[in-house]
Design a protein around this ligand. Structure first.
Ligand SMILES: Nc1ncnc2c1ncn2[C@@H]1O[C@H](COP(=O)(O)OP(=O)(O)O)[C@@H](O)[C@H]1O
Ligand SMILES: O=C(O)C1=C[C@@H](OP(=O)(O)O)[C@@H](O)[C@H](O)C1
Ligand SMILES: [Mg+2]
Length: 169
């Protein structure tokens, strides 16, 4: 039997991948994994420290390994980091998986990430950086997604319920 996540979540920082992913996994009674959590566990330190000590390129290398491992071994809900889709290797690895894009407009994303704590890319100017990231990445989220779910003005539980319904055969 092939081993694959029941659902992979992609989307911009603040789209709710980690929060909705947990709620969805609980609703489905399956496990939850987040590539960011896997990377932090492997590195033995939080993501901002990886960026400071080793740089973004090293983080992206760890991320490609975490995405490959998660897709190959996790059977529950798998949340990716917002930038995982930047790597061609990761986009290719997602083909054939159930991939839900959590879409979010800039205003809700800005409110959710606040001052960008814990997100090194957003540390300087969260709003301008998010706007730029979202413009750059929108086509890539669309490319890998098998479904898109709108998250603006909705609770994580409402969003998880919609995804759970989408996953029903
Ligand atoms: N649908 C939502 N409505 C309101 N707040 C949300 C929603 N989804 C997530 N959040 C909040 O936004 C912040 C970022 O959520 P998170 O799950 O970490 O996003 P991501 O993993 O996509 O970057 C958290 O504080 C979370 O509680
Ligand atoms: O957008 C990005 O490039 C990143 C998003 C973060 O994950 P979230 O999308 O869960 O915030 C985390 O992987 C890292 O800080 C880089
Ligand atoms: Mg997250």
């Amino acid at each position: 039997m092939s081993t694959r996540p029941v659902c992979v979540l992609v989307g911009a920082p603040g789209s709710g991948k980690t929060t909705v992913g947990r709620a969805l996994a609980a609703a489905l009674g399956v496990g939850f994994r987040d590539t960011d959590g896997d990377i932090e566990q492997l590195a033995g330190k939080p993501i901002p420290e990886i960026f400071v000590d080793e740089g973004e390129e090293h983080f992206r290398t760890l991320e490609r390994a975490a995405v490959a491992a998660g897709l190959a071994s996790h059977t529950g809900v798998l949340a990716l980091g917002g930038g995982a889709i930047l790597a061609e290797e990761n986009r290719a690895a997602l083909v054939g998986h159930t991939v839900v894009h959590l879409s979010v407009e800039l205003s809700d994303a800005v409110k959710r990430v606040g001052l960008g704590a814990g997100r090194p890319l957003l540390a300087l100017n969260p709003r301008a950086t998010l706007r730029h990231l979202m413009e750059q990445r929108r086509p890539l989220y669309a490319e890998v997604a098998t479904a898109t779910v709108l998250t603006d003005g909705r609770t994580p539980e409402e969003i998880a319920t919609e995804i759970a319904a989408l996953l029903k055969p």
